[in-house]
Design a protein around this ligand. Sequence first.
Ligand code: ATP
Length: 240
Amino acid sequence: MSKEPILEIKDLEVHYGPIRALKAINITVYEGQVVALLGANGAGKTTTLRTLSGVIKPSNGTILFKGERLDKLAPESITSSGISQSPEGRQIFGDLTVEENLKIGAYIIKSKKILKENFEKVYRYFPVLRERKNQVASTLSGGEQQMLAIGRALMNNPKVLLLDEPSLGLAPLLVKEILEIVNTIAKDGVTVVIVEQNAAQTLKIADYAYVLEVGSISKEGEAHELMNDSSLAEAYLGTV
Ligand code: ATP
């Protein structure tokens, strides 16, 4: 694993009007890592991801991607530079087929050859999407829709994949299956930043994790250390 940070979030502050949703947080992500952002509802996890993807602009602080400032760029430029997000709630196009949804995800890809390779890549990770490629997305199961949302984000060949609660609303076995695929995607060289409420399962595939509490980082560490952290266990892991 490279020692160069691929993402550096420094003193990041975000306001929604008078609400200070992020209070000068610092996060470092190294290339090839899976980094988890954990914490209760409203802690600021989604806000952090949406600031990384450029949908929200920070009121203070900087974000560096491979050493270059990212926080002033438009969302389209951030995507083009290699960061893709699979948003909370999936946001797939229900009236379109699986294949059409994936094609939309590849909007920065101009080469037909690369487009074809990317379809193959996504179908390799999620074989069920190939089986259902002509099916309208609204008829997919919840798990399949989540796979489609992740697959769509992969269609742009991202260096960094941002995942917002991929396990939301899914049965435990499916959560395990999806997190294992996320792990494989990371092993293939895509850096992953994953927001999850499902801390125990996520820590199994993460390298490093940050715990957010009302807009601040209350704890951070190697995933295997946090897994055995009793205060975290009580609050988030459901093991006490
Ligand atoms: P969840 O798991 O519920 O999505 P979260 O950790 O992702 O929680 P955020 O959605 O980032 O938390 O919210 C952080 C804070 O910012 C919360 O207090 C929330 O109410 C507030 N907030 C989020 N989005 C907005 C918005 N569009 N306008 C005003 N306040 C917002």
